[in-house]
Design a protein around this ligand. Structure first.
Ligand code: ADE
Length: 226
């Protein structure tokens, strides 16, 4: 049955923009997934629709208040919901996590802003804290779109039948993909490697494996350690 992903953020348009074109837009139109973004400010109580405040004990920046987040999450979650918080303090998002999350019925993705969220939200309501990498974005909505894209493309039917997500980087064996070429065979004197034009499938596979290993050693030696 169709997966549902709700994104809670101060910037719903930032979260939805990358999910409104191409493959993910088609998956949504085909009913493979229902994606919705919600404006956190709609759950603010006071007349200024305040969603953040200064840190207790001092420190730079602002934190999202627990009130609007508790009310929103309690309204949007269901018994089966997995509640995820996007934060640079989270577990680093990998293809294996995308695969696991693609099996869930309902994800509710909370986007941090400024210095993050009041920790009581994390202690009481969040099942999983996720980071998309070791750098700091201005806005968790960008990270939520990244995670949503990686999950939705794994759902059955999302990529169409022409390509399966099984034989790509970060599946097993954990190697980067080999260099790839298209036409023409000679571009400004730059040649496509002969083996790829040979029609010799065993040789081509052998070449790809060697090149994948070489590329992984150069760009991602950490993948070979495990
Ligand atoms: N919010 C800001 N930076 C982030 C990151 N790297 N991952 C997830 N959420 C974030």
């Amino acid at each position: 049955s169709r997966m549902r992903i709700d994104i809670l953020t101060l910037f719903p348009e930032i979260a939805l923009a990358p999910l409104s074109e191409s493959i993910i837009a088609r998956a949504r139109e085909a009913g493979i997934v229902e994606v919705r973004a919600h404006q956190l400010r709609d759950w603010a109580k006071d007349k200024h629709r305040r969603t953040d405040d200064y840190l207790c004990g001092g420190g730079q920046g602002m934190l999202l208040l627990p009130g609007p987040l508790f009310d929103a999450i309690e309204e949007l979650r269901r018994p089966e919901t997995k509640v995820i918080l996007m934060t640079p303090q989270g577990k680093v998002f990998k293809q294996a996590i995308a695969r696991e999350l693609s099996q869930e019925e309902h994800l509710l993705i909370i986007c941090g802003h400024y210095e993050g969220v009041d920790h009581r939200v994390i202690d009481e309501l969040v099942d999983l804290e996720l980071s998309i990498g070791d750098y700091v974005l201005t806005n968790g909505a960008i990270a939520a779109a990244v995670v949503t894209d990686a999950i939705v493309r794994l759902l059955p039917g999302a990529l169409g039948d022409e390509r399966s997500p099984e034989d790509e980087s970060f599946s097993d064996p954990n190697l980067l993909e080999a260099p790839a070429y298209t036409k023409p065979a000679d571009f400004r004197g730059l040649k496509v490697p002969d083996v790829l034009l040979s029609g010799h499938h065993a040789k081509i596979e052998e070449w790809k494996k060697a090149k994948a290993l070489e590329r992984t050693r150069a760009n991602r030696p950490d993948l070979l350690d495990s």
